[in-house]
Design a protein around this ligand. Structure first.
Ligand SMILES: Cc1cc2nc3c(=O)[nH]c(=O)nc-3n(C[C@H](O)[C@H](O)[C@H](O)COP(=O)(O)O)c2cc1C
Length: 415
């Protein structure tokens, strides 16, 4: 069952102000760190907690921080990825709305660890209301001496700024985000060099997701062993899941890693709509392979179980669909999204997503050919892992899994 251990403000949804956050023990971790945790020790602490990036790739956070060059003259930047564009994902917006100070404290702790004095919060363009909540919290923090110069009188200087995106999914990809932040067109950059070495304005930069950064204050407050103990040995801690689709109670839930998926669906989410059967679950955002009801029955919410089931935990967006859903229509809908959002920089993604979209339109419109199904799978092969960023790969997830697992539904449309 969901417990809201690391993100208590998401349960009450009423304690976003600085006063509430302070009452609940907020900014104590920052004080503790500035009082006596050296930057390298703070990075080691985050490493020991096993925290993995919650933006989708699940990369170990402490390890990412340790990739920063040890000796260099350039400033280091921290960037918070609040673009949250993956269809089905809506957990970061709850942090921005209901726990903005937890994010600010997490960012200040990260700044201390990595030696950054400036951080940017890149917020999805549509999140006007969420951006206002963050701006309000930043003003409160600044007014209380928790942001800016000589934070808490400890000689630590760090400031955070909000930057609004302009509504492009690809700008959630970390290097496209950096280009966008610099005022350029949001096109992904080739890697290496990775942002930790050459990032914002050519300087070393750490980019982390909202949930990743906001998880740091409870980890510092309670210790890494506590966090490890909340999850499984390989997937420590808890994770926020945005559950949408045909369940009775969709919403954002915090679960311990390793929680059985069906406990979340049938427990917190109240099960399927009346009289309907589970057909498909997409466990990690629209780009990860879908699971049949039978496969979903044995899945637990952690990185390893998802891998064993041939899918990914991604951003933790659990899309639950019942037996009223036509898989070809679902795949066509997602295909349209990815074709629209491809930035066009890499030929396989630009051409492949458009081509798949046209074939899917044809199939759903009753004008498909039997050979279209294998053609779709063949295009997937030529798009996956042949592009600068993972958008092309993301576009193939629903197509490959949909056509492979529900081939008869596509064939019926051809007939
Ligand atoms: C097309 C695309 C879109 C992405 N969108 C987001 C996003 O909206 N939010 C996010 O945190 N990460 C997103 N990512 C992942 C980021 O590139 C990056 O891995 C992440 O921000 C790193 O933070 P983390 O280590 O804390 O997860 C996206 C990646 C791709 C390829």
């Amino acid at each position: 069952m969901a417990e809201f251990i690391c993100f208590p403000a998401l349960q009450s949804k009423t304690r976003a102000s600085l006063d509430h956050y302070l009452e609940d023990g907020g900014y104590r971790s920052l004080k503790q760190a500035l009082d006596g945790i050296a930057p390298a020790d703070l990075t080691a602490l985050v490493k020991a907690s096993g925290l993995r990036g919650r933006g989708g790739a699940g990369f170990p956070t402490g390890m990412k921080w340790s990739f920063l060059p040890k000796q260099q003259e350039l400033p280091v930047y921290l960037v918070c990825n609040a673009d949250e564009g993956e269809p089905g994902t809506f957990k970061d917006r709850d942090i921005l709305r209901y726990a903005p100070h937890q994010l600010i404290e997490g960012m200040l702790l990260a700044c201390h660890a990595i030696g950054a004095r400036v951080g940017y919060i890149y917020i999805r363009g549509e999140f006007q209301e969420e951006a206002a909540c963050v701006e309000r919290a930043l003003a409160e923090a600044r007014g209380a001496g928790l942001l800016g110069k000589d934070i808490l009188g400890k000689g630590f200087n760090a400031d955070l700024h909000v930057h609004m995106g302009a509504g492009a999914y690809v700008c959630g990809e970390e290097t496209a985000l950096l280009n966008s932040l610099e005022g350029r067109r949001g096109l992904p950059r080739t890697k290496p060099p990775f942002p930790a070495v050459v990032g914002l304005y050519g300087c070393p930069t750490i980019i982390n997701n909202v949930e990743t950064l906001a998880a740091i204050p409870p980890i510092v407050a309670n210790g890494p062993e506590w966090y490890v103990g909340l999850g499984t040995p390989k997937s420590p801690g808890t994770k926020l899941f945005s559950v949408s689709g045909h369940v009775k109670r969709p919403g954002v839930y915090e679960c311990r890693m390793g929680t059985p998926l069906m406990d979340l669906i049938n427990g917190d989410c109240g099960g399927m709509r009346e009289g309907r059967q589970l057909k498909v679950v997409i466990p990690g955002g629209s780009s990860v392979p879908m699971l049949t009801a039978q496969e979903a029955a044995t899945l637990s919410l952690d990185y390893e179980s998802c891998m064993e089931h041939g899918t990914m935990l991604g951003s933790g967006a659990v899309i639950v669909l019942d037996d009223t859903v036509s898989i070809p229509h679902l795949v066509q809908n997602l295909g349209h999204f990815y074709a629209h959002e491809s930035c066009g920089q890499c030929t396989p993604c630009r051409e492949g997503t458009q081509w798949m979209h046209r074939i899917l339109d044809r199939l759903v419109g009753g004008r498909g050919k039997a050979s279209d199904l294998d053609l779709l799978l063949d295009i997937c092969k030529h798009v996956s892992f042949r592009t600068i960023c993972a958008l092309g790969d993301a576009a193939t997830g629903p197509v490959k899994s949909g056509v492979t697992k529900f081939r008869s539904e596509f064939e019926a449309l051809v007939r």
